[in-house]
Each structure stands twice: as structure tokens, then as C-alpha cells.
Design a protein around this ligand. Structure first.
Ligand code: 13P
Length: 249
């Protein structure tokens, strides 16, 4: 039985004070060990949130990392820096980073390898545009994102230390959620692709989240699908809605 994982991607929201107030408001209401809960604040707030969730079951995640160890990469954050604030997860390949910051599959693969080397779990995002879905290259596109992201990564790592987040781009921040059937269809497809790349055991263990306009009203339908092991939540992770999502039934 795969333990579900619900992560909140705060994106570029919340100052330190706002983060303080928000985490203090929600932390005792999402202190569960039935599922993994991860908060992914912006870099400025990482250390503060790390302190605030210390002693709870909530884990810390970052929103990005550089694949080099250290050096002259102005504005970037290394995996060791994430380790120093006790980050356990890091989102990579988010469609916003691919779209606005030219993050490529190759970079996603290098970032995944660097994170695994440091024992930080990559949350690897994949997803299609509406055009790709409508023009019928949907499965091909997702398959290639998965293959490229996982290139050269061992079956042990995929089995134990990788999360895949399926986030259809047309459903992000638009209020349009993929139907639970559409989300399940793709998460199952991703699991089958992993089965082809690795084996049954890896496919049955790897965690696959859905992301895109997850809210309290659709959380339980989505999270109860067989191949959906959790959610990557954007907008709703900034409000009390996150508590309701985590407490879905
Ligand atoms: P929304 O939940 O705001 O649609 O964002 C989803 C997302 O991009 C999470 O990474």
C-alpha cells in the first residue's frame, strides 16, 4: 500500500511574516502520520518554515535546485543549501519553470540525480498543454518527459525516493481540474511506462501525484483513485483549504 503524499507548492507567495502566520495557523491541524504532508515555500521562507514545522509530521520541500554542487551560478540554490535547512523534497521540472525559465528535460534529469545523491526526494513534474492533449500527442509527450527525466536513474531510487507529479498545464491555476478519470488514466499510464522502463516492483512502489486546481471539493474524488498517490496543490495550499484537502476522506 503506497502512503499518500500531499504537497503544497506555495510558488512565489508569502513573505516571512505571512509564512509565519500561515504555518502557525495550520500546522497542528495537519499533523497526521497517515499520509506525508510537505510544504514547499519560497527560498526566503525555507529556514523559517523548517523551524516552525520542527517536531510535527510535516516535511519541508523546495521549489527548485541547481544541479551543480556549488560555484558561480548567481541566484541559484544548491542541494547542500537545501540540506542545510532540512529539506526532504524538492519540486523539479514544474511547468512554470519549463515555460518561464527554459528548464529542459536534460536539466530536470541532472537536478534529479543531484537531489538523489543528497538523499532529497525529487518531485518530478510532467504535464501536457491543451494543444498537445487535443492534437493526440498527449501520451507520447508524457512518455518522453518521463523517460528523459529518469534517464540513468536506478530502479532503487525510483522505487524508494522519487515522486512523479502529473500536472496538466491547462489545469494549473485555471480552476479547470482534470476529471478524476482523466487524472487516473494518465497516472496509470505513467505507472505502466515505469513498469516498461524498470519492473513491476518499481511500478507498484513509485508515487504518482496529480496537480492542477486541486481543492477541497474535488480532493477526495481524485485522491481515492487507484493510481493517484497524492496531490501537488498550488493556490489552495495558501489557505485553510489545504487543511481540508489533507483531511480528505
Ligand atoms: P493550482 O493548484 O493553483 O492549479 O497549481 C497547481 C500546481 O502548479 C502545483 O504545483
Amino acid at each position: 500500500m503506497r502512503k499518500k503524499i500531499i504537497a503544497g507548492n506555495w510558488k512565489m507567495n508569502y513573505t516571512l511574516t505571512e509564512a509565519d502566520n500561515f504555518v502557525n495557523e495550520i500546522k497542528d491541524r495537519i499533523n497526521t502520520d497517515e499520509l506525508d504532508v510537505v510544504l514547499c515555500p519560497n527560498n526566503i521562507c525555507l529556514e523559517r518554515v523548517s523551524d516552525l514545522i520542527d517536531g510535527t509530521n510535516i516535511k519541508l520541500g523546495a521549489q527548485n535546485v541547481h544541479y551543480e554542487e556549488k560555484g558561480a551560478y548567481t541566484g541559484e540554490t544548491s542541494a547542500n543549501m537545501l540540506l542545510s535547512v532540512n529539506a526532504k523534497y524538492c519540486i523539479i521540472g514544474h511547468s512554470e519553470r519549463r515555460q518561464y525559465f527554459a528548464e529542459t528535460d536534460e536539466m530536470v534529469n541532472k537536478k534529479a540525480k543531484k537531489l538523489l545523491e543528497k538523499n532529497i526526494t525529487p518531485i518530478i513534474c510532467v504535464g501536457e498543454t491543451l494543444e498537445q492533449r487535443e492534437s493526440g500527442i498527449l501520451f507520447e509527450h508524457i512518455s518522453s518527459q518521463i523517460k528523459n527525466a529518469l534517464d540513468g536513474i536506478s530502479s532503487d531510487s525510483v522505487k524508494n525516493n522519487i515522486v512523479i507529479a502529473y500536472e496538466p498545464i491547462w489545469a494549473i491555476g485555471t480552476g479547470k481540474t482534470a476529471s478524476s478519470m482523466q487524472a487516473e488514466e494518465m497516472c496509470k499510464y505513467i505507472r505502466d511506462e515505469i513498469r516498461k522502463l524498470y519492473d513491476d516492483k518499481v511500478a507498484e512502489c513509485v508515487k504518482i501525484q496529480y496537480g492542477g486546481s486541486v481543492k477541497p471539493s474535488n480532493a477526495s474524488e481524485i485522491l481515492n483513485m487507484e493510481d493517484i498517490d497524492g496531490a501537488l496543490v498550488g493556490g489552495a495550499s495558501l489557505t485553510n483549504d489545504f487543511v481540508a484537502i489533507v483531511n480528505y476522506e
